[in-house]
Ligand binder design. Structure first.
Ligand code: EPZ
Length: 419
């Protein structure tokens, strides 16, 4: 198991390049199941979840070729041999559920081990299944697996009971061959869903309304392979902006897409971060005391839940009191106990955390519990007095590409040790 050892208090200066978005590349990889032939994905992030998804697609029969140090993936789904995603793969990555929709659409059948809950919540998939049933699929749940069957799906009008990112992606992919028109209401508007819709359009799908709460799909006979560049990761971008707020210095964040994280930029500007947007880069400089602000997460374009933990790290050294309200997941405060060990003053009441900022954090041995909680602890360690050792960093590796290399390139003292 690896650990990260951070010596806090170093100014951060220089440029950092943002990788492709993990939450965009995963649905795009499963979309390759929809059309035989060789699909091309570019600007692919070097993260563990991409390797896990590649293994799952290979299990299904997709030929996966990784070139250009893994930044380009060739996916050939001409010969699909299986339609089931086994437990040992799904248990390590919930996004495996994204194979349900495309396999159902292409093969008329799919079986996925039910993704259990995870550190941040129960994370059911009832909305995914409700959407597939609306298209005419039969759903069976047994022995820990969900099986969906439907040889000829019919377009339908369905409304998600809750805005769901991967639920929208799954049903959108299932609908591309469905006979007639499908209307998805209360659809997710996240940039990653928009990208999936646009790649599907490039494949020949008839989709309209992506990025709004009503997406329309008119079924077609077949699709052709895509050649798609993955958008920059808005959460990695936000994480570096938070780092710039917590440490002296200035950072040029390159190859990002500022339009995708306006809510994060606005919130960090309110804390006193200077932010200058310039096309696909952001120049940021943290100056003066950190003004405490209130943060409430929400579906896009609201403040992203995936930046909540990182924002809490910023507020823990703020000059006042910041109230953080998590509206998306029921248990996304696992980072609070670890921040407290570093001297943060945080009181949790249900889905609200009251963060009383302090003058500094003290380095300590802490444990990561999920992907974004890990990022929060890295940020806290960078700003803390003394050394911080973060264990279970495999959580971090799922969604951040070489974060310690990037931070070291900015002047941080951070090393990975194998224990
Ligand atoms: C996606 O997860 C992201 N993962 C998450 O990022 C992100 O936090 C989340 O969207 C919210 O933005 C990927 O895209 C791979 P949801 P997803 O379905 O799709 C409830 C990260 O750190 N719900 O939008 O699983 C659910 O419990 C990860 O990169 C149902 O009740 O999230 C949650 O409370 C973490 N029934 C809410 O909806 C369903 O059928 C939103 O979940 C589906 C969801």
């Amino acid at each position: 198991m690896d650990q990260l050892v951070i010596e806090g208090g170093r100014p951060l200066r220089g440029a950092v390049r943002i990788a492709g978005a993990k939450n965009a590349v995963l649905p795009l990889m499963t979309a390759a199941l929809l059309a035989p032939g060789r699909h091309v994905l570019r600007n692919v992030p070097q993260v563990v979840d991409v390797r896990t998804m590649s293994r799952l697609l290979q299990h299904l029969g997709v030929r996966v070729e990784s070139v250009d140090e893994g930044r380009t993936l060739y996916l050939d789904s001409s010969l699909l041999e299986r339609v089931e995603a086994p437990y040992d793969l799904v248990k390590t990555m919930r996004a495996s559920v994204l194979v349900l929709g495309p396999l159902l659409a292409r093969k008329g059948r799919a079986q996925v081990s039910l993704p259990g809950g995870c550190a941040i919540g129960a994370r059911p998939i009832d909305q995914h299944l409700k959407g597939l049933q609306a298209l005419g699929a039969k759903v069976e749940l047994e022995h820990g697996y969900v099986t969906v069957k439907g040889a000829s799906l019919k377009g339908a009008c369905l409304r998600f009971g809750i805005s769901t990112v991967t639920g929208t992606a799954n049903v959108l992919m299932a609908a591309v061959f469905a006979e007639g028109r499908t209307l998805l209401e209360n659809a997710a508007c996240e940039p990653e869903v928009v990208e999936l819709a646009r790649a599907l359009q490039q494949m020949g799908a008839h989709i309209e309304g992506e990025g709004t709460e009503v997406i329309t799909v008119d079924g077609v006979e077949r699709l052709k392979p895509f050649d798609w560049e993955v958008i920059p990761d808005r959460i990695e971008t936000g994480t570096f902006l938070a780092a710039a707020r917590m440490n002296p210095g200035e950072i040029l964040v390159e190859k990002c897409r500022p339009a995708d994280l306006q809510s994060v930029i606005e919130k960090l500007r309110a804390t006193g971060l200077r932010v200058e947007e310039n096309g696909n880069s952001l120049w940021v400089k943290g100056e003066g005391p950190i003004r405490s602000v209130d943060v409430k997460t929400g579906a896009y374009p609201g403040f992203p839940t995936d930046m909540q933990a990182q924002m809490m790290a910023v507020l823990s050294i703020g000059e006042g009191i910041g109230v953080v309200t998590e509206t998306i997941f029921e248990n996304r405060f696992t980072h609070v106990s670890e921040l407290r060990r570093m001297g943060a003053h945080i009181q949790v009441e249900g889905r609200t955390a009251i963060v009383k900022g302090g003058p500094w954090l003290s380095g300590a041995p802490v444990m990561a519990s999920d992907l974004r909680a890990s990022a929060c602890l890295v940020l806290a360690g960078l700003a803390a007095k003394g050394a911080t050792t973060i264990s279970r960093v495999y959580h971090l590796d799922r969604g951040y590409e070489a974060i310690e290399m990037k931070l070291r390139g900015l002047g941080a003292s951070i090393t990975r040790v194998r224990v």
